[in-house]
Design a protein around this ligand. Structure first.
Ligand code: SD4
Length: 339
């Protein structure tokens, strides 16, 4: 009798758990729900801003030959990192308020493996240090002096990243010392200034695998030690090889608050196309604080497992570059606030 009562109790508990699972996932096997057919032989790379075009070309030297998305995204974002004229990534990046160039970067592969560095000084290719953290340590993230020590011990060269141009601008800024993030926009009007920013890149390779990379010198004239969204897995970048990948640019504090890139991937998992998923994430920033959202830029860029891509931003003027076997182009994302 006692055994029968135990059995009944167990079956009731089991059916309650199954019903709860069904409510949560719609059916008992959630995995099959979001699996896309494997897209093979149709690689694609997308990245933030106009300067993503050159970065995509570098990535394509690997993707176009059937290489791995992970290698492609690293190689791609190394282009703006090495460009001294790009004042938002790597060498030549704008410094913090103390005149120190501090870099944030992260990388993620098709197996949820990821690596990250934050507040790293003196090393141009922060993305390669992040990859080394992923591949050579049991950790995900190294910061500050520890990240620099690790980089130097692993053969990276110590360099001065502050160019004359960035130093001059910083000294000008010191006269007022007012921290106000610029609303980043690309040249939406003919002749208007280019305002390049952080590079985030995600790719799908010929084997149907996805990876992503994100690298930046962060917000100009930030407090020393400030870390943005870009090196934070789930905020500035997220890759789920079953679903898709997303990356972000703009004021990192806003992105971190909603764990933006992870949110975009989860929305795609629920069936949204990349643009709609990016839009919903941006709308969440607006809902949280409409007054603040009006004053800053945030853009999300996403690619799903089918090779479909899309983007959305708070402010008009967020551009992104796309390259696949047939297309090479730069597009402007739709936005909540237009002028
Ligand atoms: C950060 N998201 O450090 C980066 C920088 C950026 O527009 O993209 N600025 O918050």
């Amino acid at each position: 009798m006692a055994d029968r009562r135990k059995f009944l109790k167990l079956s009731l508990l089991t059916s309650a758990a199954v019903m709860a699972g069904q409510r949560l996932f719609g059916k008992t096997d959630p995995v099959t729900e979001y699996k896309y057919p494997l897209v093979k032989d149709n690689p694609i790379v997308i990245s933030t801003w106009d300067f993503g075009k050159e970065a995509n070309s570098a990535a394509w030297t690997i993707l176009g030959k059937g290489g791995r998305a992970l290698d492609a995204v690293e190689k791609g974002v190394m282009v703006p990192e090495a460009d001294p004229n790009n004042q938002s990534v790597g060498l030549g990046g704008r410094p913090d308020r103390d005149g120190r160039v501090t870099l944030d970067a992260c990388i993620m592969d098709e197996n949820y493996k990821c690596g990250s560095v934050a507040c790293l000084e003196h090393v141009v290719h922060a993305i390669s240090v992040a990859r080394m953290v992923m591949e050579k340590t049991p950790h995900v993230m190294l910061v500050g002096d520890g990240a620099l020590q690790f980089a130097l011990e692993n053969g990276f060269k110590k360099e001065n990243l502050l160019t004359d141009k960035s130093e001059k601008e910083w000294k000008e800024w010191l006269k007022t010392s007012k921290y106000k993030p610029v609303k980043n926009i690309e040249n939406i009007l003919p002749g208007s200034a280019k305002n390049h920013d952080t590079i985030g890149m995600v790719a799908l390779d010929a084997s149907g695998n996805m990876s992503g990379a994100c690298t930046t010198s962060g917000m100009a004239y930030k407090l020393h030690g400030r870390v943005g969204d870009s090196p934070i897995i789930g905020a500035g970048l997220y890759v789920d090889n079953e679903v898709g990948a997303a990356t972000s640019t703009g004021v990192g504090e806003e992105v971190i608050r909603i764990v933006g890139s992870h949110l975009v991937v989860e929305l795609m998992r629920q069936g949204m196309d990349p643009e709609t998923a990016c839009k919903k994430a941006v709308e969440r920033i607006v809902t949280r604080n409409p007054a603040a959202a009006k004053e800053v830029q945030v853009g999300f860029l996403a690619l799903n497992k089918k090779g479909e891509y899309g983007a959305y931003a708070l402010q008009e003027g967020f551009s992104y570059a796309v390259k696949n076997g047939t297309t090479e182009d730069v597009f402007h994302a739709k936005a909540i606030y237009t002028r």
